[in-house]
Ligand binder design. Structure first.
Ligand code: CA
Ligand code: CA
Ligand code: CA
Length: 225
């Protein structure tokens, strides 16, 4: 009670609630691992503008796929929250990486943050002639890219998405990403429907959860915890 009376008597002495961050934790989102099934991924193709390709076990990005562009959309739902299988809001993201298992090398592919929603039933038509990286449908700035090659020792391709995941954790809407190929040599990877769970797309996030500690401050600094 003494503390409360003291604070009421001197309201001009600030009560600050600085955000501290705890030890870093690592969480993996990949369909079939730890009951997670929140990945939504699909190819959309200009030559099959109303065909649903969401259940295909693979997806291709190709600026000229038999005469029409193919793009790949991907999103990881239910990654934020207060359960031990999600990232706490307002966390500090130490690193976030999107990993996919490529099986057909191709031209350079850029990964852009989506700015509009898409559903499992997204098609080339439903996104109105596919996705444009125009700062309206997708961010002009690329998050990351791949030269589209496949290494001899591993097919896993890693995209650094730290800034975007930080933006989502800080309150911006998670609409996922789009893979846009810069050339006519298709670059393909396995989707979240592929049989081998280990080769499905994976989002790996290392974060520090916030812990708010109320502190009463005077002009001299911290006087009470
Ligand atoms: Ca899919
Ligand atoms: Ca469009
Ligand atoms: Ca190819």
């Amino acid at each position: 009670m003494a503390k409360l009376v003291w604070l009421l008597a001197f309201p001009s002495l600030l009560i600050a609630t600085p955000v501290c961050f705890g030890q870093s934790s690592r969480i993996v989102f990949q369909n079939g691992i730890d009951s997670y099934m929140g990945t939504v991924d699909t190819e959309i193709w200009a030559l099959a503008p109303t065909t649903l390709l969401e259940s295909n076990p693979n997806a291709s990005s190709d600026a000229n796929n038999d005469g029409g562009e193919s793009q790949v959309l991907i999103r990881f739902d239910d990654i934020l929250g207060s359960t031990d299988r999600s990232i706490p809001l307002r966390s500090h993201i130490v690193s976030a990486r999107l990993l996919v298992s490529a099986f057909d090398q191709g031209s350079t592919v850029n990964l852009h943050r989506m700015l509009v929603p898409f559903s499992k039933s997204a098609t080339w038509s439903s996104l109105i002639d596919g996705v444009s990286a125009d700062d309206l449908e997708a961010s002009r700035q690329k998050d990351s890219f791949t030269f589209g090659k496949i290494a001899a020792n591993t097919s896993i391709v890693v995209f650094d998405v730290t800034d975007t995941v930080q933006a989502w954790v800080s309150g911006q809407a998670n609409h996922g990403w789009v893979f846009l190929n810069t050339g006519g040599n298709g670059w393909d990877f396995y989707s979240s429907e592929f049989d081998d769970i280990g080769q499905r797309p994976k989002l790996v996030v290392e974060y520090e959860a916030p812990s708010t500690i109320p502190i009463a401050l005077s002009t001299q600094g911290i006087i009470e915890r």
